[in-house]
Design a protein around this ligand. Structure first.
Ligand code: COA
Length: 173
């Protein structure tokens, strides 16, 4: 049986705690302290440059994403899908939703960091076309390394390399 499609919507205040708990258990697990506490998630929810989206399945939160909009870049702060709902396309759907919002806002690039040890997340982002940028030592709590990844979006991402354009123009001449 195929899994029901998630509904993606903007988060509201009551979502702050479940989102923070998912961050603690799925993303920050093993790190000192609780960086994305309910208070911090709530504050992101009310911050005009942040976008907090949740994916619901049968009325329950199955995943969430928090993005921060700059002038031309979207920084993905957090993304997680609950264990029971993983590998059903929910992470991909959340990213597509954020990307659509970013395109509407004139954003041309999405950037993110992930824990260097998180192989699954790396495979996930690679499958969405994100490219490795660099490793940042001691990025998390001054202890653990992060990997930075990025992806161009929109028309710029689809544009052809200049050498190919020149080649095509020469053929027309
Ligand atoms: C990373 C994460 C968000 C992916 O979400 P998801 O909903 O399970 O991913 P999707 O089902 O949309 O997968 C999309 C593609 O990513 C890749 N992928 C996802 N999980 C994978 C895994 N366990 N192993 C290999 N590839 C994987 C696959 O290419 C997959 O496409 P396919 O299923 O058609 O083969 C989820 O595993 C998660 O929440 N992990 C814990 C928190 C985390 O690591 N967050 C990201 C760092 S902040």
């Amino acid at each position: 049986m195929t899994a029901p499609a998630p509904t993606i919507r903007l988060a509201v205040d009551v979502d702050a705690r479940p989102i923070a708990v998912m961050s603690r258990c799925l993303i920050e697990v093993g790190l000192r302290g609780w960086s994305w506490s309910p208070e911090r998630v709530l504050s992101a929810l009310h911050h005009r440059e942040h976008c907090v989206a949740v994916a619901e399945v049968n009325g329950e939160i199955a995943g969430f994403a928090i993005g921060e909009f700059g002038d031309d870049k979207l920084h993905l702060n957090l993304l997680a899908v609950a264990g029971a709902h993983q590998r059903q396309g929910i992470g991909r759907a959340l990213m597509a939703w954020l990307e659509q919002s970013a395109l509407t806002a004139g954003i041309t690039e999405i950037q993110l960091e992930l824990r260097a040890t998180n192989q699954v997340a790396r495979l996930f982002y690679q499958s969405l076309g994100f490219a490795f940028v660099r490793t940042v030592p001691r990025y998390y709590r001054s202890e653990e390394a992060a990997i930075k990844m990025q992806r161009r979006i929109g028309l710029e991402a689809a544009s052809l390399p200049p050498q190919l354009i020149e080649k095509l123009l020469n053929k027309i001449k």
